[in-house]
Design a protein around this ligand. Structure first.
Ligand code: PNW
Length: 511
């Protein structure tokens, strides 16, 4: 007589994967070591130090270029199934072009990947996490359509070297941030300030670069090693400010998230209709001068008679041809999703003579509730329920794609007993589980941003996302476990969210 075996109930499916993420510029340092070329972030932090709040650089950062084996030790301790990191294009190809491969760059990533494999940790490799080789920016960067070819050629080099080791490839991290903050509002490198123009040019090139790389992989590499190839898009949840503002929420999601997701993940492909309609419409208005038609209503009456293409010039949004729409559609094995926070949205149409083109195209005001728990990042408040809503919306809008959460994280000031980080992850994971169990959203993996404190772009070292604290004043860049390390380690081992009612003990004994 045998008693039935007691199965410990776990929150997460058995095949669910957990990981942590970093990005080359944010952790590697070694900005000009052993043959690495200059990239757009090197250029920006050196020429315009005031663009970084603490005037810092990523010249050394966590010095993972030197201490990557330590990183592997901590990844092993955490027990993560995979490590999401990015390759520095200009470390591998110093000029950006495939004609010269830097042997030390190649050796560095080979060593990292080999040591991960030794420890049973799968690499999830991002090909582009914002650090474009400077020579490629000198020819216009992502606004130049030729970049689709150069990106695919770089990817070809990487696939050829490491296709055998890497089960997950991510072409781009956050095309929205690349194009809008880099080429639209000019906050991030390369600081191009042409909102509603250069950002849309960048977007078209980037989507074609992604698709070209996916097709290249299919033809040349998938027959040998069938990795999953995807793209990572970031999105907050947009909660309508009032019942009547549901349209503003829908519009923001479609014009931001959908800008990237629609061409790849929708049945029809192409940009969302609302994005095309609104940019086309406003592009026409912009061409009618105030002096000719002083009053808004008259402008409207007048231009409504003309189609966009009959008018003075073309839309600011460069369109895809039918062939390109087909070429891009379906080019992802999974959707990588970065999610951090939620905004409350309402419709806010800007006047026609406003030069904030992209803002006008969007026509949405974004706010946050001051009652929501803040973080050390101005844009990040803790709103766990938004995660479930976003996941369910994506499932509905894009026919239930396979999703990996490629980033989710909380910013503080670097506390070792980081209870707020632990609470953040517990609440967001619970919300994600509700989406999986109740709304049947197909989430396969979850990644914490970040393994360790690092160079947080224009915020420099003033805000911290790490599970490990890093001593940036010490040349050894010692890493020290925060409380969240034990929390995440237990979570991964048990595939269950640990009880956090009792405060996590600070396990750092001799820091
Ligand atoms: C991500 N937002 O960017 C990046 O992929 C990481 O490199 C970065 O370190 C991390 O978030 C933390 O900032 C984001 O405004 C930038 O919602 C902005 C937002 C989200 C993600």
């Amino acid at each position: 007589f045998l008693l039935p075996e007691v199965e410990t109930a776990t929150n997460f499916p058995n095949d669910f994967l957990f990981g942590v993420a970093t990005a080359s510029y944010q952790i590697e340092g070694g900005w000009n070591e052993s043959g690495k070329g200059e990239n757009i972030w090197d250029r920006m932090v050196h020429l315009f130090p005031e663009r970084i709040v603490d005037h810092s650089t990523g010249d050394i950062a966590c010095n993972s270029y030197k201490y990557y084996l330590e990183d592997v030790t901590y990844l092993t301790y955490l027990g993560v199934h995979y490590y999401r990191f990015s390759i520095s294009w200009s470390r591998l190809l110093p000029t950006g072009f495939k004609t010269y491969i830097n042997p030390d760059g190649k050796r560095y990533y080979q060593e990292l990947i080999t040591n991960l494999a030794r420890m049973g940790i799968k690499p999830m490799v991002t090909l582009y996490h914002w650090d474009l080789p400077q020579p490629l920016q000198d020819i216009g960067g992502w606004t130049n359509p030729v970049m689709a070819r150069y990106f695919a050629e770089y990817a070809d080099v990487v696939f050829d070297l490491w296709g055998q080791y890497v089960p997950f490839w991510i072409t781009f991290n956050e095309p929205g941030e690349v194009c809008e903050t880099g080429y639209g509002i000019g906050i991030n490198a390369p600081n191009v300030n042409l909102s509603g123009i250069a950002d849309y040019m960048c977007g078209k090139t980037l989507l074609l670069a992604h698709a070209r790389t996916y097709h290249l992989f299919n033809i040349k590499y998938r027959p040998k090693c069938p990795a999953k190839v995807g793209i990572t898009i970031s999105s907050p949840w947009y909660e309508p400010k009032a019942a009547g503002e549901a349209e503003a929420s829908e519009r923001a999601l479609r014009m931001e998230f959908g800008w990237w997701a629609n061409p790849i993940f929708s049945k029809t492909g192409d940009y969302p209709k609302i994005l095309k309609d609104r940019v086309d419409k406003f592009s026409v208005y912009e061409n009618l001068t105030e002096s000719r038609l002083p009053k808004f209503t008259k402008v409207k009456d007048r231009v409504d008679k003309f189609s966009v293409y009959e008018n003075l010039t073309e839309s600011r949004l460069p369109k895809f041809t039918k062939e390109e729409i087909k070429y891009i559609r379906g080019t992802a094995d999974f959707l990588g999703l970065n999610h951090y926070t939620t905004y409350i949205v309402s419709s806010q149409e800007l006047p026609n003579n406003s030069m904030q083109y992209r803002q006008k195209d969007l026509g949405v005001l974004k706010e946050q509730d001051s009652k929501w728990e803040p973080s050390s990042a101005s844009w990040l408040r803790v709103v766990p329920w938004g995660f479930r809503k976003l996941l369910s919306w994506i499932k509905q809008e894009y026919n239930n794609p396979v999703i990996y959460i490629t980033e989710n994280g909380f910013a503080d000031k670097g506390e070792l007993n980081d209870v707020k980080r632990i609470e953040y992850h517990s609440s967001y994971l619970k919300s994600m589980l509700e989406a999986m169990e109740q709304d049947k959203v197909n989430v396969k993996g979850y990644t914490i941003w970040s393994l360790m404190d690092n160079m947080e772009w224009t915020d420099g070292y003033t805000i911290k996302f790490g599970l490990y604290w890093v001593d940036f004043l010490n040349p050894l860049r010692r890493r020290v476990a925060k409380s969240s390390v034990e929390y995440y380690k237990a979570l991964i081992a048990n595939k269950t969210i640990p009880e956090t009612t009792t405060k996590a003990a600070n396990v750092v004994c001799f820091p």
